[in-house]
Design a protein around this ligand. Structure first.
Ligand code: NDP
Length: 274
């Protein structure tokens, strides 16, 4: 029987996940489909029951359901328990759902893909304290990085460290970014500030990495500014494909699928949006 997969969210029409997964499904000659399905906020639990009855094998989850699915899943990965959000669901034999978070390993694979393989002992400046930051902090803390978390709402920066990290780290206000940026080995921007066309002012980068987990238009102004200031600027498309690859492996087992062809397809699609 054909394996059915989907990404659920609202809005979800913009999602690149179907293209990413279909690249692998077609490339590997698998009998599977991957759809994008709009599920409005507040309808998460009912939708999951319906998808289980309709024999979906797995789901990716995007806004606004990443937290709500944790309530409905019967089995949570250790990372989901800490992060409090999941982006990957797998149907269990009894029709209930197992929840995983692949944003955390996806970030680390994406960094590794661009030759940042060991962050232990490095000072990583993380901008933002929302859902994506929670996954990033969990992964970076586990990997031994020294973290500085800056957020517009400072109390949230303190809270995410408390809930997602085993070790203690610095935190502060985005208003003091330039001062902290001077001592960072790399910066990871997890904020959604780019959606309003804003960007943070950076000091000279001297070839250090500025990694923005956003991609396309929302990341463009920030990445242009980072490049102009001498940072090595990278967008979050690699992370998107790497987290998808982790989901694919959870559903089908075996090795991680090849990142590069799926990434090339996404880059072409983003170009067509410009
Ligand atoms: P959340 O809404 O959970 O968090 C948003 C964060 O951005 C908060 O820290 C918020 O600060 C901050 N923020 C929003 N607007 C501004 C602003 N104008 N100035 C300063 N800070 C601001 O979003 P997520 O964490 O879920 O997602 C963040 C981004 O990451 C999105 O662009 C999303 O597309 C991207 N993403 C990319 C992934 C990938 O695979 N590449 C995976 C997941 C997310 P405050 O707390 O003060 O409100």
């Amino acid at each position: 029987m054909m394996d059915r997969l989907a990404v659920i969210g609202d809005p979800v029409g913009h999602s690149l996940s179907p293209q990413i997964h279909m690249t692998w499904i077609d490339g590997l000659g698998m009998d599977a489909s991957y759809e994008s399905i709009r599920v409005p906020a507040g309808e998460t639990a009912d939708a999951l029951e319906r998808f289980a009855q309709n024999s979906f094998r797995g789901l990716n989850v995007t806004l606004p359901h990443k937290q709500a699915v944790v309530e409905s899943a019967s089995d949570l990965s250790p990372a989901v328990k800490v992060i409090g959000a999941a982006n990957t669901l797998s149907r269990k034999p009894d029709g209930t759902w197992r929840a995983d978070n692949t944003d955390a390993p996806g970030l680390m694979s994406a960094l590794s893909r661009i030759n940042v393989r060991d962050v232990a002992g490095k000072t990583v400046l993380v901008l933002g304290a929302g859902g994506a930051a929670r996954a990033a902090l969990y992964a970076l803390d586990e990997a031994g990085a020294g973290l500085i978390v800056l957020n517009r709402t400072v109390e949230k920066a303190e809270k995410v460290i408390d809930s997602c990290c085993q070790r203690s780290h610095e935190y502060g206000s985005l208003a003091d970014m330039e001062q902290y940026a001077r001592k960072a080995d790399l910066i990871i921007n997890t904020t959604s500030a780019g959606y309003t066309g804003e960007h943070f002012h950076l000091p000279q980068g001297d070839g250090r990495l500025f990694f923005d987990i956003s991609y396309g238009k929302p990341a463009a102004a920030q990445l242009d500014h980072a490049s102009e200031c001498g940072w090595r600027a990278e967008d979050g498309l690699g992370m998107l494909v790497c987290q998808a690859a982790e989901s694919f492996r959870i559903w089908f087992g075996g090795e991680l699928p090849d990142i590069e062809p799926a990434l090339a397809v996404c880059r072409e699609t983003l170009k067509s949006y410009q």
